[in-house]
Design a protein around this ligand. Structure first.
Ligand SMILES: [Zn+2]
Length: 577
């Protein structure tokens, strides 16, 4: 499960600011209400053969696999990393034993994904003001993802925002063209107490996009949490930064289609430390202390001004980029019906996690490997045992598509990639069932607030089933009441929920392509994204129940006379960009 990031929060606020039409809101409420009863569920008969197949999925087998996948040897399965590749090979080897059809690239189980790896070239990155040479990592830290050079006079633009509806414009009487812009804030996050609504570029403009559109040469930011940003920036300086170029280009193309203005590519950006700010603001009408205060939302925001014309900052940010790869793992169990086998029931999980210290993992004491047993070792393992059960049981009519996604924690990369460049025709995918964190349960008497939303041993959050296809929802309920009767919790079945669960895992990318989805999730808990998310904390009995239930639903979907009809469309949420 992906962490809710700051950009996400900001965009979520934007999204929430657009009121939902009333009828739609009411309809959603009544759907949610209907979902909590089983009255609409048709009678689903779970056949003895289906039961027998599901019973091949056992707590003991789940435990055996998960202890391996969540071992320290996999080093937290960061994307990309040797530990992730090792996990991929383990899964692929097992799929080969099971004789499932490879459905990645060129008869392989791997769909290769090119990544670009960028590091700051510390030697070639420099900043100088007159005679004063600043030191990288000490006086300044490159912050953006764009390299470049600038040699120009400076302008301070205050908070740097333009918000038309509030008559806010930081640039009254200021020209940023051919200048280096200094801004209080990080250039993209609104200052405390200020919010934006409407369209970027039209109704409002961030300091970064304003600077780019108006011909500025570079950006010097003074982040709100100054000390923390510097510490974090210094750490990041030592670390490579990864992107998926094919996805970045695809997103840029989408934006060009949708947005009124072309996307911005970023510009050379640095964080200035106190020492550098003191040099920049020496002898100016506003001193460093006031500028820093303003960045933190304290005191009055000084108006912007051009710094004295004899000051020129010479800046060079050099990045060096190389290529590497990672992979999704894709396999198919071919259906037995000559016609229906062309359709697929997709089952998914993400096999990556946040790695170790230096990745997205926050160390606890000495332990700095985030093992990701629940997140999403549990879904990864469940998917493998489902592949085993399908491979040994009766073949269903439709084909079953298994995808283990990479890079979920980085921004749903694997599922974005797979749905943009699918290895089977996406239109023939009738539904996608995603398991991300299905192994933890709340113990009786647990009063830890961090476990407040964790589900019990017989309970699981079922997200998205009511939002796109009434038929899928009915089948989901029908299977549950005919089989293990778990407590289905629909709390997160709401795209506007502040926790944004609906858009925080891979199923979301399938939904964006019109495929009805269900997301199974146990709830955030005390060990979420920590080194303490380990295999010994898993409730294997619960995991067995959830996995068997998803297996039966997949079997029912694969054998159903027709695919579930999509009768509702989701509002677009651009958070995952
Ligand atoms: Zn996660």
């Amino acid at each position: 499960m992906r962490r809710l990031n700051l950009t996400g929060t900001m965009l979520a606020v934007l999204f929430l600011a657009v009121p939902m039409p009333r009828a739609q809101a009411q309809e959603r409420k009544s759907i949610a209400a209907a979902a909590t009863t089983t009255a609409v569920a048709p009678v689903v008969v779970v056949t003895p053969a289906e039961r027998a197949a599901a019973e091949r999925i056992t707590a003991a087998r789940l435990k055996e696999i998960l202890y391996f996948i969540a071992s320290d040897e996999m080093a937290g399965r960061d994307t990309p990393s040797p530990g992730l590749d090792k996990t991929a090979q383990f899964i692929a080897d097992r799929l080969k034993q099971l004789k499932l059809k490879p459905a990645g690239d060129k008869d392989s189980y791997f769909q290769r994904i090119a990544l670009s790896k960028t590091v700051v070239d510390r030697e070639a990155t420099r900043a100088q003001l007159g005679e004063r040479v600043f030191k990288i990592g000490e006086d300044f830290i490159p912050a953006g993802r764009v390299g470049g050079e600038a040699d120009a006079p400076l302008v301070y633009v205050g908070h740097g925002w333009v918000i038309k509806s509030k008559n806010i414009n930081a640039y009254d009487g200021l020209d940023v063209r051919d200048r280096i812009v200094i801004v209080s804030g990080d250039g993209t996050t609104t200052p405390p107490g200020m919010s934006v609504a409407g369209l970027p570029g039209g109704d409002w403009e961030s300091p970064l996009s304003y600077a780019q559109k108006h011909g500025a040469k570079a950006l010097v930011t003074i982040p709100r949490n100054f000390e923390r940003a510097l510490r974090f920036g210094a750490l990041r300086l030592a670390r490579p930064y990864f992107t998926v170029p094919r996805l970045e280009n695809a997103v840029a193309d989408d934006d060009e289609d949708e947005a009124a203005e072309a996307p911005t590519q970023g510009m050379p950006t640095i964080l200035a430390t106190r020492a550098m700010l003191d040099a920049l603001f020496a002898g100016e009408r506003v001193d460093t202390a006031r500028v820093l205060q303003a960045s933190q939302g304290q005191g009055e925001q000084p108006k912007g001004f051009a710094l004295s014309a004899d000051k020129r900052l010479s800046l060079s940010v050099k990045l060096s980029t190389t290529e590497t790869t990672s992979q999704n793992i894709v396999a198919v169990l071919e259906g037995k019906d000559s016609k229906l086998k062309k359709e697929f029931v997709a089952l998914g999980a993400h096999y990556d996690h946040v790695g170790g210290n230096g990745g997205g993992c926050r160390p606890v004491g000495e332990d700095s490997i985030c093992n990701g047993a629940d997140d999403d070792g549990s879904g990864t393992t469940a998917l493998l045992t489902m592949a085993e059960a399908f491979a040994k049981g009766q073949r269903p009519k439709r084909s079953i598509l298994f995808v283990w996604h990479m890079g979920e924690e980085k921004g749903l990369w694997g599922s974005d990639y797979f749905t943009r460049y699918p290895t089977v025709p996406l239109k023939q995918v009738v539904a996608q069932l995603n398991m991300d964190m299905i192994g933890r349960s709340k113990k009786e008497g647990d009063t830890n607030p961090a476990n407040k939303m964790l589900t019990g041993p017989e309970e699981i959050y079922v997200v998205g089933s009511t939002l796109m296809s009434t038929e899928l929802q009915r089948m989901s309920e029908g299977v549950n009441s005919a089989y293990l009767n778990l407590k289905y919790n629909y709390h997160y079945d709401e795209p506007n929920d502040p926790e944004r669960m609906y858009s925080r895992s891979d199923h979301y990318n399938y939904a964006k392509h019109g495929i009805p989805i269900i997301f199974y999730f146990d709830g955030v808990h005390e060990d979420y994204h920590k080194p303490t998310d380990t295999a010994d904390k898993i409730d294997y009995e619960k995991m067995q129940k959830v996995t068997r239930t998803v297996f039966i639903l997949a079997s029912e979907l694969a054998d159903a006379p027709r695919r579930p009809v999509v009768d509702k469309q989701l509002p677009q949420d651009r958070m995952t960009r």
